[in-house]
Design a protein around this ligand. Sequence first.
Ligand code: DC
Length: 227
Amino acid sequence: MIAIAIDGPAGAGKSTIARKAAKTMGFIYVDTGALYRAIGLYMLQNDIHSSDEKAVCAELSKITVTLAFQGGEQKVLLCGKDVTPDIRTEEVSKAASAVSAIPKVRDFLFSMQRDLARTKNVIMDGRDIGTVVLPHAQVKIFLTASQEERARRRYKELVQKGQKAEYADVLKDIEQRDYQDSHREIAPLVPAKDSVRIDTTGITLEESIERILDTIRAELKNLNETW
Ligand code: DC
């Protein structure tokens, strides 16, 4: 089996790029952020403060989170209900970031992520895939872009969706989330030592996908694997 780990900060374009690369290569694309988002959503729905470690942990035994793949698209089920469209709000982003700093939450989701890569060729994206979840992944990419560029992209996306947004607020959210994700004690966002760093600041989505595919092919060629 081949595993490709793509880690990086929020808004670097990981999911769009990884999804397209997986499609081109015929791999399953696994978006691990969706798992943390599902748990964040559960806490919001049940009026539990996502950074209240004790309260969050007390709920875990009542929660099931599963991933399903239909026609190559990932769906996330929370207690059996498809919540795929509900986990993409800013509120859920914040709750996901908070619950992801809790060690028991990470343990809860760990084996599911690792098991997926046991039976399928995967491109898995997240924050700790190359460092913790799949330390033996054949290819590891750390995908990033400047905070300003990521804020610009997110702002444009929100405006296009017709949502009210201020660029300064979006930038502040990104700065806060970067800080939270990279300073937590457990599985912080850091590039794996053996990862290839790709910076998408100033390049288009198409160029970013090309760069990732070129990198993956070159890395696999080094391992005598061709795709
Ligand atoms: O990639 P995303 O924005 O959907 O992730 C949501 C949150 O989940 C993010 O703030 C960090 C966390 N996360 C994580 O800690 N580890 C992962 N492998 C994936 C996401």
